[in-house]
Structures are given as C-alpha cells and as structure tokens.
Design a protein around this ligand. Sequence first.
Ligand code: AMP
Length: 293
Amino acid sequence: MEIINRRQRMSSVARKVRRDQDQTIGLVPTMGALHEGHLSLVREARRMCDVVVVTVFVNPTQFGLDEDFAHYPRDLTKDAARLTDYNVDYIFAPSIEEVYPKDFATYVTVGGLSEQLEGAARPGHFRGVATVVAVLLNIVRPDFAFFGQKDAQQTLIVKRLVRDLAFETEIVVLPTIREESGLALSSRNAYLSEEEKRAAVILSHALTRAKEAYKAGERSGSRLVETVRATVAGEPLARLDYVSVTDADTLENLEKLDDRTVLIALAVNFGKTRLIDNIVLNRKKNGGSAAAS
Ligand code: AMP
C-alpha cells in the first residue's frame, strides 16, 4: 500500500494501471476517520476491482462557515493502519492545495437535486461535494466509484454529475451500516457524549416507525412526516432539523405515496452535532430507482 499526496503522482499511477496493466480501478472517496461504513465500501471495491484507491480528504468547500471543518476528526496514521487489513493499493491523501491549486475558480453545480434537504440546510454543500468528486474522478479515472446510501442525496447528485458530464465511471451505492442499536455509523458520532449517543438511536427509531406505518398501509406523506416528527420530539436531547418524504429519484416532495420508490430522510441536532439518516421504501427490485443499491 502506497500513500500518495500529489495529484500528479496519483494520475500517473492510475494511468499506468489502466494502460500498461489493463486493470480496473475502484475509487472510494472518504473524509477519513474511517469506520465500518467506509470499510464496507472498501470491501466491495476490493471484490469488484483489480486496484483499489481510497481517498482521504476533508474537503473544505463542502463545509459552511459555521460548520465543523476545523474540528473534523483527522488521523491518517490510524486510517492507513485500518486499510492495511483490506489490501488497499493506494491511499490518496492530498493537501488542500493539491486538490484546489492557487486561483482555483471552477465549480460544479448539479441543479435542482442540490437545493432540497441537505442542500437547503447547508447552502453550498453539494457544490463542494460535486466539485471535489469531479476533481477526484478526473485524477484517478476509476472504472467504479463507491458511495454509501447513508448520504442518499449525495448518491443522486454524484450519479447525475457523472451522467451529465459524461464521466466514464460507474457509481456503486451500498447500504448504510449501523450499530446494533440502529444508529447509522458516522465519523460525526465521535462528537457525541455517551448520553447523546444513546439518544441518537431516535433517528433510526423514527424511520422504523414510519416504515411500519407505511407497511400498515399509510400512504400520506404528511402523516409519515408527523410520525417521524413526533417520535423525535419524544427524545429531549434531539432537535429535529428537517424530515422529508420524497420521490427517491427526484427528491420531489410526496403527499400521496403511490408506486414510486420513497425516500424518508431526516437531520437531527444533538448539541452542536448534526446527524442524518434515511430509509428507502418500496424499492424496485430490478433497478428502476436511482437510489437503489
Ligand atoms: P464521509 O467520510 O463521511 O465523506 O463518507 C465517505 C463515504 O462513506 C460516503 O460515500 C458515505 O456515504 C459513506 N458512508 C458513511 N457512513 C456510512 C455508513 N454508515 N454506511 C455506509 N456508508 C457510509
């Protein structure tokens, strides 16, 4: 396993793999502080591809001014140690200047999809995500890139970006990995106190309640929203930011649920920590939904 810091070295290594060795490349973009959620992506990349590249880069452009960029957990030594068990070929851990050279001025905006949910709550967030993903895809030119359903809106945006700008990378979306309690793994869980962590299971509980209501025949979007809202309200440490019931492909709000695949997504604050989670209902068995994994 080699740790690469320079974009030129990464490009030339990837070019060699593609051209001289005719091997496939899998890219797993992360911001580090690796946990089992990230590692599930790495495992699938290892299974599907000849060469696996994991990027570790805390991307400043996707953080708002009042967000946690400065405090985001960073420990490349620990991340690299975890990745040695997974037979990863390259870690690409560039500095900010390597990704955003002086006078960087070109940003990618995926219209529409970037404005709802997380985009409404975090203006500019998805511009930062789409831009860094475009840069990373151009540097590595992978055959496959792996993303988690945990960030459902991000997967839709990345798929649209790849399609619209004709990147030759296939996007693979993998299921959310959870603790036994139901809490979705997240690097930001490290910010939670023991008490907040216990309280944070309310996100998955609320989604499970909505799923049960749906299974029992509830087809009103606003009543499902209310189910989630009321469940989160029962946890004194939780402050709901938003909950939405949308079409899983277009993120259009759904009032009357029909045969479309549904995404229920929410964001909840615990003190200064903001957590997100989601669930997909009525997933089509054979593709059909862009959110399908
Ligand atoms: P991050 O380091 O938070 O930017 O995440 C890097 C990748 O890991 C993204 O594609 C995330 O969606 C994915 N990811 C984060 N948490 C999980 C999880 N609990 N289960 C599956 N994938 C995850």
